[in-house]
Design a protein around this ligand. Structure first.
Ligand SMILES: Nc1nc2c(ncn2[C@@H]2O[C@H](COP(=O)(O)OP(=O)(O)OP(=O)(O)O)[C@@H](O)[C@H]2O)c(=O)[nH]1
Ligand SMILES: [Mg+2]
Length: 389
């Protein structure tokens, strides 16, 4: 298990050399020990060895210096390859971060390689690790032997996952460091992905009922909304004050909640309704062509407006669902009509009876808007919202 000590700025990763007996695992470690600069290596320990057979394990701590500001250390281990030391292999494999499988290229050793690889897969599985998920590099060792099994055959039989491989002649010191470097790079890359600060692309601006709203999407929404409002964009692009952002975020969250509520109720923004929305907007520009020209001038596309049209469609449909409960409040009363008429005489120059239809339409719009506001408020009050503005 990667150990990270943030106070000491230290990272330590465990790499295990695995493979059948006599494939050259201990030799790999011996070469590293022999060739690594003194300042980088600790003591190599071989625990219980008989001749050149490892009975327990070999261990070599290696200091590879600063990586990404952290002092990075590797703990290198070998397992005993002989079949009957499996409980020791399981023990050594505990908390492994990366595996180097040392395969023996010697003629006639293929079955042992396959058996050992299968054993690795099983032992990892016991730890809940899928072999295709852990950093794994296969070393084809003993390439110096004249009758070594062809690399292509070893690839075919030992590497169904297409993990990186290295050819080596460990006892000549060839391929040992390339194998280790390759493995270290994969382990560190994995570490980086896990601990690196989140990239802007998955930073959240808010969480709504457990859903993450992405900052990048929100920023795009702000610009689109700004452009749709018809304001002229300054040369360097629109910049927003905090209160403007707060305002946009409110709308953005409302839109999201509307979509959630619609989904819950099985309400969809069907093509036809959305098209009608767009047509409605376009009609104010005389024709659809004019509308699209207008959007283009504002650096917008019809697709940008479509987002807005979908929101409006869903909002209207949700509203339609609750209108029966509010019929009383929505259909304007005589008193309200008089009031609207009197207050807006510039818009309604004719006599009341003449203007009645228009007055009614305006009052209806006002009332619908009010109910819609309340609907938003209610949906919002029930939502769990966290913002990170
Ligand atoms: N020809 C050849 N022999 C090698 C090579 N690497 C290691 N050997 C020899 O193979 C034998 C076994 O090597 P070890 O490194 O002890 O093997 P191991 O994988 O640690 O074996 P166990 O500890 O039993 O699991 C030794 O005699 C090494 O000298 C190589 O690249 N080519
Ligand atoms: Mg050994």
């Amino acid at each position: 298990m990667v150990q990270i000590n943030f106070a000491k700025k230290e990272v330590s990763c465990k790499i295990v050399y695995y493979g059948p007996g006599l494939s050259g695992k201990t030799t790999n470690l011996e070469i590293i020990y022999k060739k690594a600069p003194d300042s980088n290596k600790g003591k190599m320990t071989s625990v219980a060895t008989e001749g050149d057979r490892t009975l327990f394990f070999d261990f070599l701590p290696l200091d590879i210096g600063k990586v990404g500001g952290m002092n990075t250390k590797f703990q290198l281990y070998t397992v005993p390859g002989q079949v009957y030391y499996n409980s020791t292999r399981k023990l050594v494999l505990q908390g492994v971060d990366g595996v180097i499988f040392v395969a023996n290229s010697e003629k006639g050793k293929m079955d042992e390689n396959i058996e050992s690889l299968k054993n690795l897969e099983d032992n990892l599985k016991e730890q809940g690790i899928n072999i295709s998920e852990i950093p794994l590099v296969i070393q084809f060792n003993k390439r110096d032997l004249p009758d070594a099994t062809p690399v292509a055959e070893m690839e075919a039989k030992l590497n169904p996952w297409k993990v990186p491989t290295c050819e080596a002649s460990a006892f000549r010191g060839e391929g040992v460091f390339p194998t280790l470097k390759l493995t270290a790079a994969i382990v560190l890359d994995r570490l980086n992905k896990k601990y690196a600060p989140k990239s802007a692309s998955d930073k959240a601006i808010a969480e709504v009922n457990g859903h993450k709203l992405l900052l990048a999407d929100f920023e795009k929404f702000c610009v689109t909304h700004y452009r749709l409002s018809g304001k002229k964009e300054p040369p360097g692009g629109a910049k927003f004050s905090r209160s403007e952002k707060e305002n946009y975020l409110n709308i953005y969250i409302n839109n999201f909640l509307i979509r959630l509520a619609a989904k819950e109720q099985g309400i969809e923004a069907d093509e036809k309704a959305v098209a009608a929305q767009i047509e409605g907007a376009a009609s104010k520009f005389g024709s659809k062509d004019n509308f699209i020209k207008y959007l283009k001038e504002k650096n917008l596309t019809e697709e940008d407006y479509k987002e807005e049209a979908v929101n409006r469609t869903l909002s209207n449909k949700l509203l339609a669902g609750i209108i029966p409960d509010h019929r009383d409040r929505i259909s304007p009363k005589e008193e309200q009509l008089r009031e609207v008429y009197e207050k807006n005489r510039d818009k309604f120059p004719g006599a009341f009876d003449q203007e009645r239809k228009k007055v009614e339409a305006q009052a209806l719009k006002t009332n619908r808007l009010q109910v819609m506001e309340e609907m938003y408020k209610e949906i919002r009050s029930e939502a769990r919202i966290k913002t990170y503005l």
